[in-house]
Design a binder for this molecule. Structure first.
Ligand SMILES: [Zn+2]
Length: 275
């Protein structure tokens, strides 16, 4: 049973110098499958080529932090790309989409419009969605009530218990990563421990959200560059989930892989024998 990194930005410029080595380390660590979410239309072709080159899965969408830099016509381009690649088994979701109410200075109305439009595209194309949640769980849920989509993953989940259960009721799995490894991340650790077993999935969000052993404190950043997270860290991050749940490592791998496959049904064909 290979580990699945359900959210990795392998196309990010942080990996330009050594992307193949990063993938090699991931495979050596037992991370056999990654889901690569898109952030902007301009990157779609590179992302698709990368997923094929390394036999991975990908999602197409416009990230909330990229909405201010996107053109309205990008929503049409996304629609066209989803149509063009509809028979590609590696296309597993619409994402990364959502709302970010943490980063200051963003156009909230525009974010909301792009999020709503992308939910409609997901529904039209019959695809689940990969959601970016940052101080925005209620706003995301509001639109899920209006536009029914076939579930998906709320990645790097950081909402409340009530919000977590509402996402789960809409058929969503919740992504847990590096934040789990910090003792002081009480709310996230409690959620990971207490949610029903069919809800958590694992992710790195690499190159972001470094686990505790890679984290560089703000005061040390002058001496030491912020560390880059990478998919090979996933099994060690998984140890935190295993400890919180009282699961063996094997059980953790099996359950989280099954949860990813349930959230992103097209993954099943990529994970099967001979895939
Ligand atoms: Zn992301």
């Amino acid at each position: 049973m290979p580990w699945i990194d359900s959210h990795c930005h392998l196309d990010a410029p942080e990996f330009d110098a050594d992307r193949d080595a990063v993938m090699q380390r991931a495979r050596l660590a037992g991370v056999g499958m990654l889901v690569l979410p898109a952030v902007a239309v301009a990157g779609f072709e590179t992302l698709i080529a990368l997923a094929h080159r390394h036999r991975l899965a990908y999602a197409l969408g416009i990230h909330p932090l990229c909405v201010d830099g996107a053109a309205d016509a990008d929503l049409d381009r996304l629609d066209q790309a989803l149509q063009q690649h509809r028979d590609d088994p590696r296309l597993v979701a619409v994402g990364e989409i959502g709302l970010d109410h943490f980063v200051p200075g963003l156009d909230r109305a525009r974010q909301e419009r792009f999020y709503a439009a992308q939910l409609k595209l997901a529904r039209a194309h019959g695809l689940p969605v990969i959601l970016h949640v940052r101080r925005s769980a209620d706003g995301l849920l509001k639109h899920l009530r209006r536009t029914e989509v076939p579930g998906g993953i709320a990645h790097a989940f950081n909402g409340s218990d009530v919000q977590a259960r509402q996402f789960a009721a809409f058929g969503f799995k919740l992504g847990f990563g590096g934040a789990l490894t910090f003792e002081r991340a009480l709310q996230i650790r409690r959620l990971a421990a207490d949610l029903p077993a069919d809800v958590p999935v694992l992710e790195t969000d690499a190159p972001d959200i470094p686990p505790q052993w890679l984290y560089v404190k703000a005061g040390e950043r002058e001496q030491r560059a912020p560390s880059r997270n990478e998919p090979a860290e996933l099994p060690r991050i998984a140890e935190s989930l295993a400890a919180l749940r009282g699961w063996s490592i094997e059980e953790t791998a099996a359950r989280t892989a099954a949860n990813v496959a349930a959230a992103l049904p097209r993954m099943a064909a990529l994970l099967g024998p001979g895939a």
